[in-house]
Design a protein around this ligand. Structure first.
Ligand code: K1U
Ligand code: ZN
Length: 167
């Protein structure tokens, strides 16, 4: 397995729209293993392929404290959403920034598993927020885009400064 490099905002590659996975191969499964290792090592509770510069519709999520409830979604689609909730979000591509975002409180997601079988999952709480955050990544959207232009430019300036200093 391998730890992959996570793209950092404002890298323009984070705005790439991911393509659907047409065939699940051994390379797809290796990518999923590497994404999972990268997410746990970060540490984070989710990771989208976009964040490791692979523009395929794949996400991994584990919101458990014990790292034993891995969920893998290939070609995920939200087929139902309900309610509204404001929750603090972070992002491995935007280190050090935590901001409130309002999203659907409950979602139903339909996706393929690693065997190519279709499944649906009803989610609420942090899992529902995380699913929406990761699907946004696949659409090229980073959570800071829900914030004001002023906050976005402050975050961009802070991260660019940090990136210059750590070059
Ligand atoms: O997409 C990502 O960059 C992962 C992101 C997912 C997420 C977290 C919270 C709300 C919405 C989406 C993260 O995992 S940020 C790190 C984080 O939340 C965390 C890290 C260690 C332990 C617990 C949480
Ligand atoms: Zn993120």
């Amino acid at each position: 397995m391998a730890i992959l490099k996570i793209l950092q905002y404002p890298d323009i590659r984070l705005h790439t729209i991911a393509k659907p996975v047409l065939e699940i191969t051994s390379a797809t499964r290796k990518l999923i293993r590497d994404m999972t290792e990268t997410m746990y090592a970060a540490p984070g509770v989710g990771l989208a392929a976009t964040q490791v510069d692979v523009h395929q519709q794949i996400i991994v999520i584990d919101v458990s404290e014990t790292h034993d409830d891995l969920l893998v979604f290939i070609n995920p689609e939200i087929i139902m959403c309900d309610g509204e909730v404001k929750r603090e979000e972070g992002c491995l591509s935007v280190p050090g920034t935590y901001e409130d975002v309002t999203r659907a409180e409950r979602v139903t997601v339909r996706a393929l598993d690693q065997q190519g079988e279709v499944f649906s999952l009803n989610a609420e709480g942090l899992l529902a927020t995380c699913i929406q955050h990761e699907i946004d990544h696949l659409k090229g959207k980073v959570f800071v885009e829900y914030l004001s232009q002023l906050k976005q430019s402050r975050i961009r300036a802070k991260l660019k400064k940090h990136q210059r200093e750590t070059l």
